[in-house]
Design a protein around this ligand. Structure first.
Ligand code: ZN
Length: 238
């Protein structure tokens, strides 16, 4: 399998001994996959995708609607994820500094000030997520910079609606999505490697894929894990 990019759309392409080209959009994330006959080249695949772009976008929008989670209340009993594990939230109201602690394998204590509303409780959890993910990133950068042979000048964490990560190549600046705090650490690591590889190759072309295969041969499994987990958002790009 390899990938081509068509108007910002990442398309998985598989060549098979078949007669006709088959294009599919798959839940939950709206991943686009083309099974193409052996003799069809990438340019023809690209044209086939462009012809069906409107239909693809409609399918993706449909999955997007299905995947949306209802609004979070940040109350005891709700499920919240941290580093790939699912925890039951236990909200503790007290008159002191807010905090979050992992009580055990199943319970996350969210300690908030008495009278906190939903937005304030959410903020406490997000602040904690941010601190956790920010602590993990520097060692990951230190590990991968010599391997990939690039230097990241700046990095940060922010909430993004449709992207797991971004890379500003000129500034050598990487942003990762705060949402990754909820995913396993190897997902965060993959996104960081992916964005760092953009410092070698801007586009998601064969060269880019070859770098990923070289640095992180299991990247497709991690990508699938990233796109499968039930976390509400969909149609992710990175
Ligand atoms: Zn990318």
């Amino acid at each position: 399998m390899h990938q081509i990019t068509v108007n910002d759309l990442i398309v998985d392409v598989v060549r098979k001994d078949i007669k006709n080209l088959h294009l599919g959009v798959y839940p939950p994330t709206g991943r686009v996959r083309v099974a193409a006959p052996l003799q069809i080249d990438d340019e023809s695949v690209r044209l086939a995708v462009i012809r069906r772009l409107a239909w693809i976008r409609r399918q993706q929008a449909k999955y997007h609607q299905q995947e949306r989670q209802p609004g979070r209340e940040y109350v005891s009993g709700e499920s919240h994820y941290f580093q790939g594990h699912r925890y039951r939230l236990n909200v503790v109201y007290h008159d002191g500094p807010p905090n979050v602690t992992i009580r055990n394998k199943t319970t996350l204590d969210l300690i908030v000030r008495t009278g906190s509303d939903t937005a304030q409780r959410e903020q406490v959890l997000l602040t904690w997520y941010r601190a956790q993910i920010k602590a993990i990133i520097p060692p990951l950068l230190a590990k991968w910079q010599p391997i990939i042979g690039v230097e990241v000048a700046e990095w940060g964490v922010k909430q993004m609606k449709t992207k797991w990560g971004t890379c500003n190549i000129e500034a050598r600046r990487i942003w990762v999505n705060l949402e990754l705090a909820k995913k396993s650490t190897r997902c965060l690591e993959y996104i960081i490697v992916h964005e760092m590889v953009h410092l070698l190759e801007r586009h998601h072309n064969d060269r880019f894929i070859a770098y990923l295969n070289q640095f992180m041969p299991q990247w497709q499994f991690i990508r699938d894990e990233l796109n499968k987990a039930p976390l509400g958002h969909t149609s992710w790009e990175y």
